[in-house]
Design a protein around this ligand. Structure first.
Ligand SMILES: Nc1nc2c(ncn2[C@@H]2O[C@H](COP(=O)(O)OP(=O)(O)OP(=O)(O)O)[C@@H](O)[C@H]2O)c(=O)[nH]1
Ligand SMILES: [Mg+2]
Length: 310
């Protein structure tokens, strides 16, 4: 019996992270040979999706100059950095991901959406800077409609507001996002906190009561870690650490919210799931360390699990 399709899809996405060109084609072909050959239902849809990715990867290789704003999704989730020009979006992306990104002390340094992979406790998450959103974006001011299109693909929005600056520009940006009908779990990163004192945060919290405010500065690594964790919490995904003979895996699995002990078994190895007789769980969902649980036990973010098999 194949694993639940949403777990399968999550795993396929994980296998494709960071793979491009020939590498990506090879992985996609391997996935196709492993998928059960169902004619209908979710597994048929997955097969179709993988086949369309093969085509897309092939045509990407042929086209040298891409003139599209589209961002290929990678990682367990996609987090958009949204805010007025000069809010510090590129700086945050750079500090979170250690890729080289253009930063300038003037507005509109970034002209296209820029993606970068960020590691959050071992799970890769794609952060994307959405540039140039202004009041009037829905009427395509500043090319805003294409940027809103990219934003529509995101799972989580991190609004960025310069803590030293007035909030009107961000309000205008938020109004455009709402007008576009885009509603995502969101938080507010108060940027450049090294340049202001504490009350700036209270001021922002009062100005945007619907959003949790996370104070950040690119020179304060602890603040960046808090931002990563807060963004992760909004994805609704679970980091689950496989465990065997008392040894934790190097990396957690990223599973959808609501995933069970059996789902984790599937994600680790389909063989393991087939011979599943129970599991031991440590961490937030366990009543005590190493609690013995059955297949339907619902996991929490940060759990470690050892599958017991026949
Ligand atoms: N002191 C301080 N300055 C920062 C911080 N983050 C960004 N800056 C500065 O703010 C300016 C704008 O930063 P960017 O990261 O380019 O801002 P952006 O939102 O990407 O701007 P656009 O792409 O032009 O929309 C630069 O001069 C950065 O050095 C921070 O945490 N502390
Ligand atoms: Mg920028």
């Amino acid at each position: 019996m194949p694993m639940p399709h949403r777990i399968q899809m999550q795993l396929i996405h994980q296998r494709l992270v960071g793979k491009d060109g020939a590498d990506r084609l090879r992985e996609l072909r391997a996935i196709l040979t492993e998928l059960p050959n169902y004619k209908n239902g979710p597994y048929a849809d997955i097969r179709k999706w993988v086949q369309s990715e093969v085509e897309a990867t092939r045509s990407r290789a042929r086209v040298v100059h891409r003139d599209s704003l589209a961002i290929r999704r990678e990682g367990a989730a996609q987090v958009a950095l949204v805010g007025p020009p000069n809010a510090g979006k590129s700086s945050l992306l750079h500090a979170l991901s250690a890729v080289q990104i253009k930063i300038g002390n003037y507005a509109f340094t970034t002209l296209r959406p820029v993606p970068a992979l960020v590691r959050i406790d071992g799970v890769l998450v794609q952060f994307v800077e959405i540039p140039g959103l202004l009041g009037g974006a829905n009427d395509d001011r500043g090319g805003g409609r294409a940027f809103l299109g990219v934003l529509r693909g995101a799972d989580v929005i991190v609004y960025c507001q310069d803590a030293t600056d007035a909030v009107d520009a961000l309000r205008a940006v938020m109004a455009e996002v709402t007008l576009a009908g885009i509603h995502r779990p969101s938080l507010l990163a108060a940027t450049k906190m090294d340049e202001v004192d504490g009350p700036a945060v209270a001021r922002l919290a009062a100005a945007f009561p619907e959003l949790a405010v996370v104070p950040t500065s690119i020179v304060d690594p602890a603040s960046l870690e808090r931002l990563k964790q807060a963004a992760w919490a909004l994805t609704g995904l679970l980091r689950i650490w496989p465990c065997q003979a008392g040894q934790l895996a190097d990396q957690p699995l990223a599973l959808p919210g609501g995933a069970t002990a059996l789902d984790a078994g599937h994600a680790i190895h389909s063989e393991l799931a087939a011979r599943f007789v129970g599991a031991r769980v440590w961490g937030p969902s366990a009543r005590y360390p190493g609690q013995r649980v059955g297949r339907a036990h619902v996991l929490h973010d940060g759990d470690a699990i050892e599958i017991l098999s026949r």
